[in-house]
Design a protein around this ligand. Sequence first.
Ligand code: PEP
Ligand code: MG
Length: 947
Amino acid sequence: MSPTKHVYFFGGGKADGDATMKNLLGGKGANLAEMGKLGIPVPPGFTITTEVCTYYYANKRKYPAELDGQVKTSIAQMNKLMGVTFDDPKNPLLVSVRSGARTSMPGMMETVLNVGLTSKTIPGLIAKTQNERFVWDAYRRLIMMYADVVMEKAAGIEPAPHEGIRELLEEEMHRVKVARGVKMDTDLTAADLKTLCESFKKIIKKQLKKEFPDDAYEQMWGGIHAVFASWMGKRAVAYRKIEGIPEEWGTAVNVQAMVFGNMGDTSATGVAFTRNPATGENLFFGEWLPNAQGEDVVAGIRTPLPLNVSTKTEDQKAVKSLEEAMPALYKQLNGIQLKLESHYRDMQDIEFTIQEGKLYMLQTRVGKRNGTAAIRMAVEMASKKEKGYQITIEEAIGRVKPDQLDELLHPMCDPIAEKKAKFLAKGLPAGPGGATGAIVFSADDAEAWGKKGKKVILVRNETSPEDVHGMRAAQAILTAKGGMTSHAALVARGWGKCCIVGCSSLDINARTKTLNVNGVTLKEGDLITMNGSKGTIYLGDVKMLPADPDNNKWYKTLMTWVDKTRKLNVRTNAESPEDAAQAIAFGAEGIGLARTEHMFFDPKRIGFVRQMIVSDSVEERTKALANLLPFQREDFIGIFQAMAGKAVTIRLLDPPLHEFIGDLPAKEIDELAKKLGVTPEKIKARIAQLHELNPMLGHRGCRLGVAYPEITEMQARAIFEAAAELTKKKVKVLPEVMVPLVGTVKEFENQEAIIRKVAAEVMKAAGVKFKYMVGTMIEIPRAALVANKIAEKAEFFSFGTNDLTQMTFGYSRDDIGGFLPAYLDGKILPADPFQTIDQEGVGQLIQIGIERGRSSRPELKVGICGEHGGDATTVKFCHRVGMNYVSCSPFRVPIARLAAAHAVLEEKAAAACCKSSCKTKAAKPAAKKAAAKPAAKKAVAKKAAKK
Ligand code: PEP
Ligand code: MG
């Protein structure tokens, strides 16, 4: 048996792997192999598989026995192709060691460059390059990176603040620059750098109690170990959690021949996108730096230059683009970007280096993009053939993630208010939309303030992966340094956050938590506003305009395709005409839940509600309800009008009554007592009587209507009188009255009788007829189990998955915060079940409810109105189990529409996959048997439901 292959080589126009092997080789490794095969100039190298990462963690951080030999063979191949030899004193090859997971995790894991520089190889490289400064600069970079990544982080050392080895080495470099009277790193001479390397090594010895390794192989294995170790590093773990990347995936390691962009004026390095990742515009877009190494572009140390003339901004008119500085190389690069995009049929994010006039591609991957860009690119790629390829409409729909639509729905700065606002500064527009917030200067502060419900803007010189938690918590991110491909810009774009980078007029002092900008001094907590689409920053709070996706032609086209594809209807949860109108603008096809109690909190009404609650006689309660009736009627008239004949599901009063009373202050108790003509003591006694230990399971839902039928009667009257009035005016209405928290059919029958009696009375009195329905929520597990009985009476079901989740798990929906983090950390729960439906448990009850409900009423209309209705994964589940609609908050309506279309595409893909695998199995009788199984199961379920 041949030994397991742990190492995959690429280079010289050949590769062991290809782009399909992302799981094994990681994204970077698989794409390097693919580029190599396409004949694109790639420095040779090899990838150590993600399986080795798994082995490493399963075997106390040891490697498989065959690895060493396979690595040595690959190094020999690299040596041959490059014509230089690793660890050779005369003509040494240097390598980079980089991470590469299945999906890109920008900056979350480690990289070590210039590996192989030792006292043995340095003289040879100097002799060969005749560039002493370059060699010592490469060495000081290696020492800095290696000490930080391998000797400190991978060793698990957690230094005290400002004691980290990287910071100490940077301080030393700063000291040398000051002593030499120079500003830039590039001003240091070869001799300066040589001495600096010596002092670096002394600092390392003192601080980390270890010598910097002077052996090329030790350095390489140290780098490999650091990459694997960084998979479990704090940053990577935090990022994986946010992005939902499974820990089991592991990372691959790429060891590749070094090429240098910092070998003088004919060398350069850059990062580019085949289309603009912020706007989606079909223009080759990127940044470059002459005489620099890749880290200089992304780390934001020097502000990079535009790649070409067509993408220069006003401020960049004077600087030279790569197109102007090195036209022939730009032409070659442009040819490669066209080839890569058409090969991968998607926008690519590429990295390149030019070493002494020769171009090398270091990376290609599908580029991250914000929502606006994702939509424009998908629609344009599907609309016509560009760059030699065209995607299908279905592919275009699949290219936009439901959450990306969210960005388009974000508020923007009001242009009129913006003109009047005090302008502070301008930077690069890295993430669109507007945001206002209090400034904070550290990621920890951003997180802490965010937890307190404060809106903050994180202001930093530049961000690093250590800041991700604070970036996540902030409304927006603002940096003084870096370009459009800096860490801050990449991360913000991935999340669709408002972000401005490279705002060089910011003078930030993170220690004193102050910011000086164009003569204005701001301190922590001061408010600023950012327009991330333009890159402008203003003092104070600037008015925001709601999102206006309808002015985006690509969005409109996409949504037309989406609506033609999806099967599920999408409704909204709304209880005001304004919300209803907003939801319709976002494409809602009806109201799936109008919570009537939300209409009761208005100051004009709450007094009557309280009177109703504390009344202890039917007469008193009826009197208070009579005062509420006209308000409710007006509410329904407004909503019916806004919905113009679309279905409106109105839920009868649901919450425990104490929610309206709470801890009433003595003054309000006195006023209430006066209004009712009773003593304050009597009110207090009634409140005490209403107190419930577990109100969520107490006197709420239909239990209120059963105990106090006059409440149901008033609400039904308000609904039907509104319907009658509009019907008379020839306005179409379609009310669906929904009874909450039903657990037995008798409860439903009790309430239905009242509703239908009132409907008949109102129609008779008004002399009009209109259609209406009476249905129920399914939010108690028992209701799902006896759904066949309930559906004999109820005309529709709406799954109230907030309560259904609460009661199925036995977790109080209000108190889950106390233990959820521990449950998620400990992997006891895969996700918050109040956000994404628990398909295994709650989902089973939903399926049972639908199956049994339709067994007695096949045409039963079924929807969902819990918070899950706006969650993309849940929407797909709802499609699969055969619901008619989902209902969610107005801003999530477009997301639900897109998710519903994705559900159809996924179903088609699964069917196609099944068809092809069935074909191969067709000859086997066992397959036929298995196929017959679901039908048999269904018959049993039907039988059970009928019982
Ligand atoms: C539900 O329980 O899912 C629901 C929609 O009702 P509420 O959240 O108002 O209890
Ligand atoms: Mg509920």
